[in-house]
Design a protein. Structure first.
Length: 211
């Protein structure tokens, strides 16, 4: 169990909730929905562990996460799956939500490794890893992360090139919204969980409308 926790960066409550989420997605969405979520998790772990020494020196490396992180990343995909109970086809919303959380993950975990971030509240240079900031490299990583989800959606669901680009844009916009709400987070309004949920819900809505 400890080895699994170390690999997935989740404690026991986080692992339990993640498994329950996986069963929910598999039962109500299907195997390709679950595989998409699993590949998001793989990409997330890789992005988190990449540049470990740099992140540790900056004080921004998150070694172990709990159920709050699963809620932050899994709430919107679960809601997207649940839309089918209201007669709404969930695929676009589901892919959009995962594109947004992947985009944000790449922006925060890889974007902090290079570039000079700008604080969106002051438009002045800021410390790497601070919420509410963006950098050119971080924006590039953000779009890259969402595009990877687009490629996965193409593989599993047959999305064409134009929709892959749309998925990249949807994720990118979700990540930008996350950064904007990160400004409020730095002022004590909300926290990382609420900011991530908002990011993924933006992806959900845009995915439903555009995919």
């Amino acid at each position: 169990m400890k080895k699994i926790e170390k690999i997935l960066l989740l404690d026991v409550p986080g692992l339990i909730l993640a498994v329950l989420l996986g069963f929910f997605v598999l039962f109500f969405g299907g195997i390709y929905y679950l595989l998409t979520l699993i590949l998001f998790l793989v990409l997330s772990v890789i992005a988190t562990k990449y540049g470990y020494n740099i992140k540790k020196s900056l004080g921004i490396y998150e070694h172990e996460r709990s159920w709050e992180n699963v809620v932050a990343n899994g709430f919107a995909p679960a809601v997207a799956i649940g839309l089918q109970f209201f007669g709404i086809f969930p695929l676009g919303a589901y892919i959009g939500s995962i594109a947004a959380i992947t985009s944000d993950k790449f922006a925060s975990e890889l974007g902090a490794l290079a570039g000079k971030p700008i604080d969106l509240s002051t438009m002045k240079p800021a410390k790497q890893g601070k919420s509410g900031c963006v950098s050119v490299f971080g924006l590039l990583m953000s779009f890259t992360g969402a595009l990877l989800i687009g490629l996965i959606a193409s593989l599993f669901f047959g999305f064409g090139p134009s929709k892959i680009i749309f998925i990249g844009i949807i994720g990118f916009v979700g990540s930008l919204i996350d950064s904007l709400f990160g400004v409020l987070e730095e002022k004590g309004i909300g926290n990382k969980t609420t900011t991530n949920i908002i990011c993924s819900l933006v992806g959900l809505v845009l995915g439903h409308l555009l995919l």
